[in-house]
Write a new protein. Structure first.
Length: 302
């Protein structure tokens, strides 16, 4: 299995590892150990690389914890016989990391893409002390009734031809590294996103994530999302920031409107010219927005 090493100038972090049943989870743990913790959860087909600039901005005064889900980034990429690659297992993995770190302070939760489903389901199931939330083009509830699954995701997740394209030709990660941005990025950055997914074996999680998207009551994971949505009221009165790229063809307006209903007190910041990889597209503007939001919450808490 080909191992990817990210360039240190883009990813200047120390690696940490947690042994889980089925494989080792890679995670970042940057910043003072007694500082307020911020948990950042990525989606598919990204990894902790997605949060690199936010970590660099925050790590002088926050403890930034950023795992790579199993099969993603620098984490192990086990075969199906060793790991289930299902939403419920992802949630269990985050709880295992949380317990391993022994966090004893209120936690800020930052989520994007699948990170929203995993992170909020974990928070609702295990009731950790979440003090504030940052929502970036994601979901934590079933597909809105007025939203249809994009054809590319249907093809990749629901057909054998699509599965071959994803694992054999890197169609999903490679395509995302083109269309998920709306602003120019360097080849080195594109390579950073696709680098960990450089072989058939290393693309297993990309495919399994797409195949695991719950579209209806008969799909595994759908009940978890229904249950999570019913409990999101727990976060309605907590400080929240919703930053949304309006050019996202996956998480578009129906998802945003749902979040506004569920978290009515959250501050909403729209980025009309940004796409799915909003942290890349919005750049320093969004990094500063998140940083300022967290800092303000800390001041108000004191």
């Amino acid at each position: 299995m080909t191992v990817y090493s990210p360039p240190s100038e883009l990813y200047p972090f120390e690696s940490n590892w947690l042994d889980l049943a089925g494989g080792k989870m890679h995670y970042l743990d940057e910043g003072p150990r007694d500082a307020p913790p911020v948990l950042m959860l990525h989606g598919n087909p990204t990894w902790s690389f997605y949060y690199r600039k936010l970590v660099l901005e925050l790590r002088d005064r926050y403890r930034c914890i950023v795992p790579d889900h199993i099969g993603c980034g620098l984490s192990d990429k086990p075969a199906d016989k060793d790991y289930s690659y299902r939403l419920e297992r992802r949630i269990e993995d985050i709880e295992a990391l949380y317990q391993h770190l022994g966090l004893d302070q209120p936690l800020s939760l930052v989520v994007h893409d699948w990170g929203g489903m995993i992170g909020f389901a974990w928070a609702c199931s295990y009731h950790p002390d979440i003090s504030r939330t940052v929502v970036l083009n994601t979901a934590a509830f079933p597909m809105p009734s007025n939203k249809k699954l994009p054809f590319a995701l249907w093809l990749a997740g629901r057909t054998s031809f699509g599965a071959v394209l994803v694992r054999g030709f890197n169609a999903f990660s490679g395509l995302a590294a083109r269309v998920a941005f709306t602003k120019p990025v360097s080849k080195q950055v594109r390579d950073g996103y696709t680098g960990p997914y450089n072989s058939w074996a290393n693309r297993i999680a990309i495919l399994r994530f797409v195949q695991d998207i719950p579209l209806g009551p008969d799909d595994r994971g759908h009940e978890i999302l229904v249950d999570t949505e019913s409990k999101l009221h727990k976060f309605a009165d907590k400080p929240g920031l919703i930053a949304w790229g309006k050019k996202d063809f996956i998480f578009n307006r129906p998802f945003l409107e749902k979040w506004k209903q569920l978290l009515p007190r959250s501050k909403v910041h729209l980025y009309p010219d940004c796409g799915h990889y909003i942290l890349e597209d919005a750049g320093d503007e969004l990094i500063n927005e998140i940083s300022g939001f967290l800092d303000q919450c800390e001041r108000e808490q004191d």
